[in-house]
Design a protein around this ligand. Structure first.
Ligand code: SF4
Length: 386
C-alpha cells in the first residue's frame, strides 16, 4: 500500500461490532452539548456555539467522525472545526445569505431544484448524519423534513416524467445514503423507469462520516440502477481512514465512477500541501478529485471563507506538482443561483486576436499563434449529433 490510512479506534467500552455498525453509529450520534462534552473539552468559543443552535443550524455527528476529530491539535483540529459549532457562526456574515445558491427560486415543485435545463437536484431527505458547520443549504438541511411524503414523491416523479429535457438527476439533500435501503431502492427504481433520464448522481458525505454504511446490500441496490455516479465530499486527507478507503474501494469495485467535491475552508484545508495530499490519496483509491469549491457565503460561515486570491494561489501551487488527473477544478457558485464559474490562475501575459503569450507554472514563457478564422472548418456531420 502506497499510502497509510489511519485507523479510528472506538472509545473505551464500545465493541468493534457496534463501532462497525452504521445503525449503531446513527443511533448513538452526538446531538447536544452534553454529548459533545463526552468527547471534547470544549472551549468557551465552542460552548457559545451551542447556545444558538436552534436558531442557526442543527448539531449532529456520528461517534466515528467525532472520534476522528479528537486529533492532537485540540480546538484547532481541522475535523473538529468542521463538526463543532462555534460562537463565530452566530454572526450571519457580510452577505447574510440563507440560500446562497438561490435554490428557493428554482424550486418548481417540492424537493426539485431545476437550475440548468438538462439536470435537476432531487432533495430526497434533509437529514445528514453530520451537520457540517459550513453547509451551503441551511435553508433546507436539518429542518425535520426527512423523506418526502407520498404526495411530494408523486409530484416530483411526475415533474421528472413531464420534463423531457432532463437527462440527469442528482440525488441530494441532506444525504441520500442516510435513507433506508428500501427507500433508496424505490427512488432509484422510479427514476430508472423514466425513459429520458440517462444519468443518476448521488451526492453523499457518508463515505466520510459513516463509511460502515457502504455495505454489499447498499452497493447491490445502486449497481442495479446503473449508470450511477457517486459524488463524495472529502475535505481533508485525514478523513481518508482505513474504513473510508475500504468503502471507496468497494464502491469503485462495483463499477460506480466516483468523483470528489471539496470545499476550501479557512483553518481546515486552505494549504496546497493539504489539498495535494488529499487529491493524491483519492486518485490512488480511484476517486477523481473533481471540484474545489470556494466556500459559499451561507449564514454563519464567514470564518470558514478563504479569499479568492488565496484559493487561486493554492491552485497555482498545485498546477505543476499534481497530475492533471488529480487536479480539482477551483470553482465558485455565483450568489443567488448564477451557476458555477471556474477560477483559473492567470497564466496569460498578452492577448491579441492573432497571438497569446503565456507564462507556465515554472516560468517558461511562449507564444501561441491563433489560427485565422477563415481556416476554421465546421465538421460535416455536426447536425447528426444534436
Ligand atoms: S453533508 Fe452536505 S448537506 Fe449535509 S450538512 Fe454537510 S454540507 Fe450540508
Amino acid at each position: 500500500m502506497k499510502f497509510e490510512f489511519p485507523h479510528v479506534e472506538p472509545p473505551p467500552g464500545v465493541s468493534p461490532a457496534d463501532w462497525n455498525s452504521s445503525s449503531w453509529q446513527f443511533k448513538n450520534s452526538l446531538k447536544n452539548l452534553e454529548d459533545y462534552q463526552r468527547y471534547y473539552q470544549l472551549t468557551d468559543e465552542e460552548r457559545a456555539g451551542f447556545s444558538g443552535q436552534d436558531q442557526i443550524f442543527r448539531v449532529r455527528t456520528t461517534p466515528y467522525y467525532a472520534q476522528l476529530g479528537r486529533g492532537p491539535y485540540g480546538a484547532l483540529d481541522p475535523i473538529r472545526k468542521i463538526l463543532m459549532p462555534s460562537r463565530a457562526e452566530l454572526t450571519p456574515g457580510v452577505q447574510h445569505m440563507l440560500d446562497p445558491l438561490g435554490e428557493r427560486k428554482n424550486n418548481p415543485v417540492s424537493r426539485i431544484i431545476h437550475r440548468y435545463p438538462d439536470r435537476v437536484l432531487f432533495l430526497v431527505t434533509d437529514f445528514c448524519s453530520v451537520y457540517c458547520r459550513y453547509c451551503t443549504r441551511k435553508h433546507f438541511t436539518g429542518q425535520d423534513q426527512v423523506f418526502p411524503n407520498a404526495e411530494e414523491l408523486e409530484t416530483a416523479f411526475k415533474y421528472l416524467q413531464d420534463h423531457k429535457e432532463i437527462s440527469e438527476v442528482i440525488l441530494s439533500g441532506g444525504d441520500p445514503l442516510t435513507l433506508s435501503n428500501s427507500q433508496l431502492s424505490m427512488v432509484l427504481r422510479r427514476i430508472r423507469k423514466i425513459e429520458h433520464i440517462e444519468i443518476i448522481r448521488i451526492g453523499t458525505r457518508i463515505p466520510v462520516v459513516a463509511p460502515m454504511r457502504i455495505d454489499e446490500e447498499l452497493l447491490e441496490i445502486i449497481k442495479r440502477h446503473h449508470p450511477i455516479y457517486m459524488m463524495t465530499h472529502f475535505n481533508h486527507p485525514r478523513e481518508l481512514t482505513q474504513l473510508a478507503a475500504q468503502a471507496l474501494t468497494r464502491i469503485v469495485d462495483r463499477g460506480i465512477p466516483t468523483f470528489n467535491q471539496m470545499v476550501l475552508l479557512n483553518g481546515v484545508n486552505n494549504h496546497a500541501n493539504i489539498v495535494r495530499a488529499l487529491s493524491r490519496r483519492l486518485l490512488y483509491l480511484r476517486v477523481k478529485p473533481y471540484y474545489m469549491f470556494q466556500c459559499d457565503p451561507s449564514e454563519g460561515t464567514d470564518h470558514f471563507r478563504t479569499s479568492i486570491e488565496d484559493s487561486e494561489n493554492i491552485q497555482r501551487q498545485l498546477w505543476g506538482s499534481l497530475s492533471g488527473l488529480a487536479m480539482p477544478n477551483l470553482s465558485l457558485d455565483i450568489p443567488n443561483g448564477g451557476g458555477k464559474v471556474g477560477l483559473v490562475p492567470d497564466f496569460e501575459q498578452l492577448r491579441s486576436p492573432q497571438r497569446r503569450i503565456y507564462r507556465g507554472w515554472d516560468g517558461v514563457v511562449a507564444e501561441y499563434v491563433n489560427p485565422e478564422p477563415s481556416t476554421i472548418e465546421t465538421p460535416v456531420d455536426f447536425r447528426q449529433w444534436e
